[in-house]
Every structure is written in C-alpha cells, then in structure tokens.
Design a protein around this ligand. Structure first.
Ligand SMILES: *Cc1c(COP(=O)(O)O)cnc(C)c1O
Length: 371
C-alpha cells in the first residue's frame, strides 16, 4: 500500500517535541493569540523575508481578509485563474467582488501573464496569482502589469511555502501573500491555520484589526471585523515545523527528480515543468495523462493512492453558474482538469515506494493506449 500522503510518517519524528510544546501552552493558559502566535508570526515573517506576518484562522480567511483590508468589495473585479482550489475564488465572492479569470500557462500551470490584458476593465482592482502545486507564478510581468494599471497583487501561496522566484520566497513578491496551514500543506498545523505576509505596515495593522473583531484596543472597534485568530497550540506546533520546512522541501525536490528520471521518457506522460528562475516545492507532483481515470484505477488496484487536483476548473463549478462561463472558455485549464493526476508526494516517501509507482504507471500506460 502506498498512500497519497502518509500523515503518520510525517509527524512521528516530531511527536515528543509537539507534546512538550502543547504542554507548555496548556500550562500558560494562553490559548488564543498571545505570545505563541506572536513568536510564530515573527519567525514566519523572517522566513518569508517580509516585515510582517499576521496569523489567522485558515488560508481562505487570509485571502478574504486581505481583500477586505484593501477595501476591495462590491463593484470591483479581481483577476485570478480558474485552475485553483475553489477557496481563491470563494474569498473574492465573500468580499462581494467579482472574479475574472485568465487561463494558465501550459508548462508551469500558473497564471499566463500575457492573458491579463484581455481581462482588464475599469473595475479591476487586484490580481491573485496562484502558486499552483508549489511553483511560484511568473511574478515579474504580473507585477509590471499591476503597477502599470494601479492594481494590487495578492499571492495565493497556500501551496508554496518556501518556494522561490528569482531568489525571493513565496509571499514576498506582491502587496501581500496568503498562506494556509491546513495539515496536508507543505507547512501544516495539527488542525487549521493561515497567515498573511506583507511589507506594508498599514495593511498589516488593518489585518490585525480585522482578524480580531475590528478591534484596535480593548473595547474599541473602529471597523466591523471577524474572529479569525490563530489558536496558540497551532502556533506552537507550526513554529517547530517551520524549522524543518526547508529540508522537507529539499526531500520533495529530490523525489520529483526521481519521478522525472523514471517517467520523463515515457510516451503518453507529461511530467511537471519548472521554469529556470524558480524553485519548486512540489506540494503536489502532478503529471498529465490521457484516460486519467483508467490509469488512476489501475494504480488503485495495486494499492497506490493518487489524487486529482483539480478535475473541474472553478469557472465550470455549479457555484459559479451565475457568472455565465461555459466549457471552452479556458481551454488549457479545462484540458489539464481532464489530464492531471497527482502521484504520491510527501517528504518521507521512499525510493522503493516511488519505484513501485513508476512501475505501475509504466504498466498502465500501454493498457490505456490500447483501449
Ligand atoms: C488550501 C488552499 C487554500 C485555502 O486554505 P484553507 O486553509 O484550507 O482555508 C487556498 N488556496 C489554495 C490554492 C489552496 O490550496
């Protein structure tokens, strides 16, 4: 049996350290916000190379609160990609703004900057590039376009903790970078969590207010906010896990090279591309194959669990029906949705396990070509 993600293996070596940190939080009685959260924020900002980090309840709220803090709402348009987890688009909806989509690049699966021009309108206020699967979007042309048209840039970095583009980390490129610490992410809590990083002190202050009921000091609420505080146990755990993030990302890159060596020459398989100016952190290792469902079932029959991220691009989800998109609007995202297959990927994966996966894919491909 080869799991898609082995959570037990992920946490076994750090178990005692977690228990000690959790015991400390219990003894302190400081369960929400407080010192553990402030300490984690400091570490995470330093790690990302930004002046500020604001911890929040989850990644979806990180995106939503950032839009609110920027004053983006009804009547405004926000450009993003349809090939993403739905949370990117939910945040735009929940802020009251309208999502406008541009397709992805065929090789990196991130936002195609040349498509931005056609999505621009007088109402456009921001761009949310998504660092899909662990690779940062092509930020330079996106930032240049944003500067030219006076738009804000919010990085959806929920899948890209520690990834680099031209030597700067995910989250450090735009006006703000939003992260999720959902357990399965590269930096995952033992529960829910999220954060925003930014170099903008004013934006950071607004976010600190918004995540805590719009409160600037006790019993004083200049704006309506929300409760999106991180709990202290998650902050204490994340602080420990952050110290291991770089070495885990290196393991993921090593695994990607191993898969690449085994699969690159195989007719009918497209392995993930990474642009030369970027460091991929392989949150997911996603290949493209024809007859994906059949191959996925073949692998499942051999005890190998795969995932599909994401079979239906957001513009074709029933929740977006009101926007009036149809099939054919974003052809690259749609084709990728049919062909993407996520192979097992986590730092503790062994070469023996990957060898089995490669073997099983090799056996499944001819069967699929014959069908
Ligand atoms: C996971 C994820 C989110 C949402 O994060 P949550 O913590 O689950 O709310 C947003 N965007 C992308 C691309 C994600 O993968």
């Amino acid at each position: 049996m080869i799991p898609f993600l082995d959570m037990k293996a992920r946490h076994a070596p750090l178990r005692q350290e977690f228990l000690d940190a959790i015991a400390k939080v219990i003894d302190s009685g400081d369960f929400s916000g407080g010192a553990p959260v402030a300490d984690f924020e400091k570490d995470f900002a330093t790690y990302c190379g930004t002046a500020h980090a604001i911890a929040v309840g989850n990644g979806t709220e990180a995106l939503w609160l950032t839009l609110l803090a920027m004053g983006i709402g009804p009547g405004d348009e926000v450009i993003t990609v349809p090939m993403t987890f739905i949370a990117t688009v939910e945040a735009i909806f929940m802020a009251g703004a309208t999502p406008v989509f541009v397709d992805i690049d065929e090789r990196t699966y991130t936002m195609a900057p040349e498509a931005l021009e056609s999505a621009l309108s007088e109402r456009t206020k921001a761009i949310i590039p998504v660092h899909l699967f662990g690779q940062i979007a092509e930020m330079e042309p996106i930032l240049a376009f944003a500067r030219k048209h006076g738009l804000r840039v919010i990085e959806d970095a929920a899948q890209a903790h520690g990834a680099e583009y031209k030597s700067s980390k995910a989250g450090a490129h735009g006006d703000a970078g939003c992260f999720s610490f959902y357990p399965a992410k590269n930096l995952g809590a033992l529960g829910e969590g999220g954060a925003i990083v930014t170099g903008n002190a004013d934006l950071a202050d607004k976010l600190r207010m918004l995540r805590n009921h719009g409160q600037s000091r006790k019993n004083h609420h200049p704006v309506m906010g929300w409760n999106s505080r991180m709990d202290s146990i998650q902050a204490a755990v994340l602080r420990i896990k952050l110290r291991h993030l770089d070495s885990e990302n290196r393991s993921r890159r090593g695994h990607a090279r191993f898969y690449e060596a085994g699969l690159a020459d195989l007719h009918g398989v497209t392995t993930p591309g990474c642009a030369v100016d970027r460091t991929h952190v392989y949150h997911l290792y996603v290949i493209r194959v024809r007859m994906r469902e059949m191959i996925k079932d073949e692998l499942a029959g051999k005890g190998i669990s795969c995932g599909v991220h994401y079979p239906v691009p957001v513009h074709l989800q029933p929740a977006c029906a009101g926007l009036g998109f149809r099939s054919g609007d974003f052809p690259i995202s749609e084709r990728c949705g049919e062909e993407f297959l996520s192979l097992p990927m986590f730092p503790e994966l062994t070469q023996q396990q990957m060898g089995c996966v490669i073997q099983a894919v090799k056996q499944a491909i001819p069967a699929c070509n014959a069908a």
